[in-house]
Design a protein around this ligand. Structure first.
Ligand code: NAD
Length: 411
């Protein structure tokens, strides 16, 4: 992670403590909610030519107070224990916020996914699954894709799990539709981000049609967010990925570039750097790639009225403070990108029931539940006169602490 300053996990826990104080929770309970239930670190020997390279893999289970732990697996060179802890904790708050019966977890492997062949990727995820099978399972801990992993990776994970434990497709979500996946899951995170962007505009009496959007990231989240923003009538004027960015003030036709793997060879009016997209003048800015991309160095250069956090932790706490002082409205990650885990919940329930929904039902359920979470966060924000991120944490910390106390987890 490009994180500088306090650790990512400490930043999440700062919000947990703040919400705990607002709710009047006991300090011991706040401490419990700021710790991870279980952390497993593994080594993954990977064949490289005649030699072996040893990678480090992780699974951190933050909380099971409200249900089986749930969270993605990230393949990225910057993955470390602190980042995985932070992301596992965010999953607890996200699942509680949208009221699905899951806890929180996250996994990762410190490796540059762009340099792996498909066979190497398969070897890594199979080894990761074999080493962690004792803590995984559809009622224990359910992985999903994240940066650097995708539906194919989840298919390999499921296959390895089945070899060891027998048939149980609900052991992982984000699978290919042809292999127990749910139609709608792949687009769910980006769709949710776009819906929240539209709802935010309406909430502030800004017309959705023609509202300008800039997006960092053209992966699973960024590309679907861009596509659905366009479908809803917004104008995507800039988008970037790791190879750089493109700008067109008249609006980029996202549908026509959607199938491009990278933006590198896409023709455009103007080309910019990967990070420059964050400084474009627009109504809505959607960071949908890495964490901490908006920080003390560039907070004053942001030129957007609303920021919808597609990525996890794209804004550092101090930059968040500065932007709010400038009047920027920030919709936090645990609300804005929760469509992914909502979609995973739908896939999980369908696998368990051995019954599949048509995509229309999937989208309807997603839209209704995201809207409910959005309005609830606004209601709590008004009730306590706090910003949206604090309000979101108040809702989720309240729910998790209640479950924690009711379970009598201390005996
Ligand atoms: P992905 O691997 O599919 O795509 C990542 C994108 O970011 C790619 O387009 C890549 O080129 C781009 N990128 C990487 N480095 C960059 C840089 N320095 N500058 C600009 N762009 C850069 O990942 P994803 O699944 O889309 O996830 C993106 C973010 O959203 C992550 O923070 C992830 O945790 C979060 N998220 C994902 C999901 C999901 O369902 N996939 C759900 C919730 C949150």
């Amino acid at each position: 992670m490009t994180h500088s300053g306090p650790s990512a996990f400490a930043e999440v826990n700062e919000k947990v403590a703040q919400a705990g104080e607002i709710l009047g929770l006991k300090s011991g309970v706040i401490n419990a909610l700021s710790s991870c239930e279980r952390e497993v670190v593994i080594s993954i020997p990977l064949r490289r030519g005649d030699d072996v390279e040893v990678l480090t893999g992780y699974r951190v289970q933050h909380s099971s107070a409200r249900g089986p732990r749930k969270g993605g697996i990230r393949f990225h060179q910057d993955v470390d224990l602190d980042e995985v802890r932070a992301l596992a904790s965010l999953m607890t708050w996200k699942t509680a916020l949208i009221d699905v019966p899951f806890g929180g977890a996250k996994g990762g492997v410190a490796v540059d996914a762009s340099k792996l062949s498909p066979i190497e990727k398969e070897e890594i995820i199979r080894r990761w699954t074999r080493s962690l099978v004792h803590v995984l399972g559809h009622h224990r801990d359910i992985p999903a894709p994240d940066m650097g992993t995708d539906a194919r990776t989840m298919a390999w994970l499921m296959d390895e799990y089945h070899r060891l434990e027998g048939f149980q497709p609900a052991c992982v979500t984000g699978k290919p539709v042809e292999l127990f996946g749910a139609p709608g899951r792949e687009e769910a995170t980006g769709r949710g981000v776009a819906l929240i962007a539209a709802a935010t505009l309406k909430q502030h009496d800004v017309k959705v049609k023609g509202a300008t959007v800039a997006i960092q990231g053209f992966g699973n989240v960024g590309r679907y967010a861009a596509l659905v923003c366009q479908e809803l009538g917004m104008k995507v004027i800039a988008i970037s990925d790791v190879s750089g960015g493109i700008v067109d003030k008249k609006g980029i036709d996202i549908a026509s570039i959607f199938m491009h793997k990278s933006l590198e060879n896409v023709e455009a009016d103007e080309r910019i750097g990967s990070a420059e997209v964050l400084e474009i003048e627009c109504d809505i800015l959607i960071p949908a790639a890495l964490g901490s991309v908006i920080n003390d160095k560039n907070a004053s250069l942001i030129n957007a009225r609303f920021i919808i956090e597609g990525a996890n932790q794209p804004i550092t706490i101090s930059a968040d403070r500065e932007l709010r002082a400038q009047g920027v409205v920030i919709v936090p990650d645990i609300l804005a990108n929760s469509g992914g885990v909502m979609g995973s919940y739908f896939e999980w329930t369908q696998n368990i029931q051995e019954f599949s929904w048509p995509i229309e039902k999937f989208r309807r359920e997603l839209d209704t539940r995201m809207e409910a979470a959005f309005f609830n966060v606004h209601k709590v924000s008004r009730k306590y006169s706090v910003d949206l991120r604090t309000a979101a944490f108040v809702v989720s910390v309240g729910r998790v602490s209640e479950a924690f106390e009711l379970r009598g987890s201390l005996v």
